[in-house]
Design a protein around this ligand. Structure first.
Ligand code: NAD
Length: 297
């Protein structure tokens, strides 16, 4: 079993760190949020007082931070973990960030004598808690080989997507598809309500018909049919709409730079932007159903 540092104990990071402890790893953790630290300690992790301390004297460091700017702040510069950790430490960044930043971090890591993989994840808080996440990993073969057994303690499907940045690319494509699907499912359930069709009936039919998808079957935005979904707890995240908006903006920048045509992705980015502007960015992204229902524009 390995000594592992963990930085970022949010909705995803905390249950992931718990699963590393459960698998027998010695886990030292840091987050800016004292409550999250206390919860990790109660689960058997060792709390330390800085990102550098979390990355010190370990074989691997896992990070699960909100966005690229947080990841850069933690990794780079004289006080950044790439500079302060022991040489040959493996860094596994599970945050959803842009492809360019992921590639730049891999280059910086190599220059600092470290190994880095971009390893964004899919499966939500449910998957993080159950240890069934999907990880899409970008990086060199030898880095992937070291990361895989650690990721196994937190996930079920571990894919080597390609070289540095390939994990980030897979993740933003996945989330652009997810955002579009969630809006589509929400529109369907809102229309059904106006037509006097019960949500449960539409669910029973569509979850076995051609509209079925994860947003409908597992994470239904209408309360009732999918008991574990955030729609049954007032859209408490889960995966916040603000984070989905971040991912869509990354996807739209990538699409523009690469010359890909993504009109539905652009529309989804606008809708989540309006939802955030309406003060609902902290709700789960499936709360878009409530935003659309109340929208009279
Ligand atoms: P979150 O906002 O709940 O957690 C992020 C944590 O990072 C917070 O606890 C915050 O205090 C901590 N943090 C920020 N800056 C820090 C620093 N400098 N040092 C230490 N800790 C710091 O986010 P989340 O929902 O856990 O998501 C984490 C990442 O995973 C994001 O990039 C998100 O897009 C991605 N993701 C989330 C989900 C989901 O369902 N929530 C699913 C897949 C991927």
């Amino acid at each position: 079993m390995a000594a592992i540092g963990f930085i970022g104990l949010g909705n995803m990071g905390l249950p992931m760190a718990r699963n590393l402890v459960k698998a027998g790893h010695a886990v030292q953790v840091f987050d800016l949020n004292a409550d999250a630290m206390a919860e990790a300690e109660a689960a058997g992790a060792r709390c330390v007082t800085s990102t550098a301390a979390a990355a010190a004297d370990v074989e691997a460091v896992v990070t699960a931070l909100p966005a690229a700017r947080h990841v850069r702040a933690v990794y780079l510069g004289a006080e950044g973990v790439l500079a302060t950790a022991l040489n040959h430490t493996l860094f596994i960044d599970c945050s959803t960030i842009d492809v360019e930043t992921a590639r730049a971090l891999a280059t910086e890591a190599e220059a600092a004598g470290q190994l880095f993989v971009d390893s964004p994840m899919s499966g939500g808080v449910g998957g993080a808690t159950a240890g069934t996440l999907t990880f899409m990993v970008g990086g060199e073969d030898r880095a992937f080989a070291r990361a895989e057994p650690i990721l196994r303690a937190m996930g079920k499907n571990i894919f080597h997507a390609g070289k540095a940045g390939a994990g980030a690319a897979a993740k933003i494509c996945n989330n652009m598809m997810l955002a579009i699907q969630m809006i589509a499912v929400s529109e369907g359930f809102n229309l059904a309500a106006k037509l006097g069709l019960e949500a449960q009936k539409l669910y029973d039919i569509s979850s076995t018909a051609t509209a079925r998808c994860w947003s409908l079957n597992d994470y239904c935005p209408a309360p009732g049919p999918a008991p574990a979904a955030p729609s049954n707890r007032d859209y408490k995240p889960g995966f916040a709409a603000d984070l989905m908006l971040k991912d869509l903006r990354i996807a739209m920048e990538a699409a523009q730079a690469a010359g890909a045509v993504t009109p539905m992705g652009a529309q989804a980015a606008q809708i989540y932007g309006m939802m955030a502007a309406a003060g609902m960015g902290g709700d789960d992204f499936s709360g878009v159903i409530r935003f659309l229902e109340g929208f009279r524009g």
